[in-house]
Structures are given as C-alpha cells and as structure tokens.
Ligand binder design. Sequence first.
Ligand code: F3S
Length: 539
Amino acid sequence: MTSKQNSPQKAPPKMPGAKPIIGHMFDFGKNPFDYMMRLRAKLGEIGEFRMFHQEMVLLTGPEGNEAFFRAPDAQLDQNEAYKVMTPIFGKGVVFDAPPHIKDQQLKMLMPVLRDKPMRTYSKVIVQEVEEAVKDWGESGEVDLLDFMKQLTIYTSSHCLLGDEFRYELNEEFAELYHALEKGMAPIAFIFPNLPLPVLRRRDKARVRLQELVTGIIEKRAKKTEKSDDAFQMLIDTRYDDGSALSPHEITGMLIGTLFAGHHTTAGTATWIALELARNPESYEQVLKEFDTLYGENGDVTFESLRTIPVFERVIKEVLRLHPPLIFLIRKVAKDLPFKDYLIKAGKYVCVSPRVSHRIPEIFPNPDKFDPDRFTEERQEDATPFSWVAFGGGRHKCSGNAFATLQLKAIHAILLRRYKFELVNPADSYVDNYKEMVVQPNSPCMVRYTRRTDIDAEKNKAKKSSTKNQTDTANSFKVEVDMDFCQGHANCMAEAPEIFQVDDQGKLTVQQDTPDNALLKKAQRAAKYCPTSAIKIIQK
Ligand code: F3S
C-alpha cells in the first residue's frame, strides 16, 4: 500500500550493470521476462533500470500492482507511455487525444464490447472456426500458432470490421494489418519515428487502411440496410457536441479494438492447446466438461459458453503462465510514493503481470500448470491485484469479455472435434520475447486426430445431474447503488448472467438473488466496478 503519511524519500534501488548510452537495453531486450525476474530477485518489489536515457521503475507483486493501477491518470500518464501506438492508431486518437476527447472515444467503444453485440460475435466466431477446420480431415499436423493467428484475424475482423473487410478486402487487409503489427517493434517504444523500413511500412499501411475505411463509409452511406458490426456503431456514434467521428478516428479506433481482440487471443488460444497437450489430467477434465455440455453435435452458442468452470480455470492458468502483455507502462507525471520510496516525475513506471504471476508466496509452485489453483477451495488469486493478466482497476482491458468469448468458442469446437498432441518435445514449446505481445515460439507444430470417444448418452446424464445440483443451490443478494454507477460495464464483463448494460451505459440487474454458482463472478464484478457501486450480500 502507498504511504503518504511517512513522506517517503528514498529513491528506488538501481539495477547494477548499466552500459554507457544504452543502459540495460541489451540485457532487457534479450529476454525481458528473465531480466525482470532477476531484478525482482536482486532488488525486491521495486527497482530501477535504464533504457538509453530513460529511467524505468519496475513494481512487482500485488502491492506494487495496486499502486500502479489505482494511481489517477494525472499522476501516471498512460498517453505518454503509449506514444508507440500514435503512428498506428493515428494522431488525436485514444492515447494521443486530449483527456476529454479520449474519455469520449473510449466511451464510444464500450457498446462495441457489450453484451448485445457479443451474441452476434459468438455466431460469427463459430462460423469462422467451422470454416477454418472444414478441410482438416481425419488427422494431420499443423503450425497451431499460424492457424490461430489466421483464425483470430478472421474472427476479429469479421466481428469488428464487418463483411467488406472479411470478404472483399481480405488479402490486402491481412498485409496491411501485418505491417502495422510489425510497427510495434520494441525500438519504436523509445524512438517511434526513426526512419527504419519497418516503421515506414507501418506508416504506409496506416494511410492505405484509412483510404479503405473511407471508401466503405461512403459505400455504406448509400445503402438502406444497416450493418450490425462495430464499424457501423462507430459510424453512427456521436461526440457530446453532436459531431461524428472522422474516417481518421474510426480507422484508429478500429485498429485499436482489433489489436486488443486479435493479437493477444491468438497466442493464448495456442497456449491453451499446448498446455492441455502436455498436461493430460487437465486435458481429460476439459474434454469431460465440453462433452457433457455439448455432446458430439451440440450447438455452441453465446448462452452455452457462459459458464464453463473447468475451462475457465484453464484459461486463467494459461494467462497466469503466459500473459501476452508481459509489462505495462506509464509515465510519472506527478511524483508517486510507494511505501518508503518516491518515484520522481519524468521517470517511467511499469508492472509485469508475468513476474507478479510467478511469486511463490502467492502462487505456490509457480511454474507448474495447475488450473485447480483457482478453485473455490484454493483461490490462490484471492489477494487483490495478484492476477493481472488483463490489467486492473479503471484501465482493466475492456476487451476481456470478447477475448474470453473467442477462446471459449474456438476450443468448444476444436477440442471437441480433435485430439491434439505435441509433435516436438514438451519443453521445446516456449514463449518468444522478441515481440511486444508475447506468443509461443514459431513454428508451433501439433498433431491432430479426429475424436471418436464422445459418449453422448453418458454425457446427457451428467449434464442433467449437474443441472439438478445447480438448481438446488442456495443464492446470495446483489445490491447496486445506482447513484454511483457510471456505466463502465466491467460488471457485465465479469458476470453477464447478472448484469446487463445497454448501449447508453444503463445498467439492469437481471437477477438480484442469483444462484450461488455465480457468487465468485458476482464478487469479481463488485471488485472490478471502478466506482464500487456493487455490494454482494451472502445469506
Ligand atoms: Fe455501473 Fe460499475 Fe457496472 S459503474 S455498469 S456497476 S461496473
């Protein structure tokens, strides 16, 4: 916890070994995770290192994370730290916009990720997965990361950008998107506009994408029938003063949501299959759950994907071990106290979900894949801000519900249809730290074989017995102070069965005495509501 009363004065301890000019850049760049683990082992929960001229302070562990995520924007400035995104999202868009414009733009994006469009997205995702595996046959080998990258660019672009990009501009769009992705090179963090070929290609791609977006806006304006994708929502939305978003802004905001929806999901979807393939016991439990829910041919729908506890724990454990964003960064605009230390304005401060997730005092045996650490009995993530794969507090990733929906839908089809095995030795599948968003190393070969072992009748019986258990469970009470509610919709992302937020940000509580099976989700909704509007009362 931060302490203002003690007037902290100490400067954060420094990592030795800084080289002239580059500081720790080389060491850090080789393997950022390894470097940050060493920093924590040597200096503890706070420590400073240098990237060229820039002093960076790393905070790790729940208290460090809390100080970081709770600090107001005026103290820890996100915009400054994400200058790397300005050439990609565009000038004046989100991180580059003045605070009152940024707030409105983020608010405009909220409906895109709310419950109603999610129902449409789930159908699109299922359709895309079916299409992607239609020629797989009985068995074969595939580079799973490659497959997931392609699949999730289709699912994300189809859900968010709509039919034109998915069907008419598919190939060109894939190339442009790839050039933008490459533009997120680590060097661009420090020097976003160096005249490097990779950054020039990034800029050209941004210009071309905006031309395509402008063309589609003009085409859609002539149509009488409206599309129901995120693109259309951004065309129709308005600033407080009644003005519409420009094509430049729409392009940037669409790229922003795409990056959030695609980039991180492909790696996580791949790691899920890899971890299950090397952990047969968990694999067995997941298959049992999917088979029970869907049998051999059951439909994968938005409703049926809502509660899948065993698989949800697997997702959470995969994100604990392999969070795609291994560090998050802000610029210190006003001195930040942390315990006895003072982090001076002008420095950068960062947290690392990756390092925080490997603290043995919180997650015993931290390198072991063990989804049951998140069961009701064990709750190893009970300490606030200990599990932060989606960030935390006010800036928690608002795309987390979309990402989770994608992961569930993809695997509800893939794992039920095919059995996956590793082609190479289990320990050869490792993370690649060369990119800003960490994914498994490529190629990532797996063998798949069509499953013939689903016992539909047995599963039906299990399903009804599970249902009966749930039906007779006790309930708890949910209270919302509507004076506090500002329509953030984090509650819906955590517990959509209980909370629904409409396009205007109006909250409806669907069940005020939900079944106990939803208690943990409700507690998370209360925990992540930025305005603390939700109270959970256990009977
Ligand atoms: Fe309102 Fe909090 Fe939900 S502000 S919409 S109760 S996350």
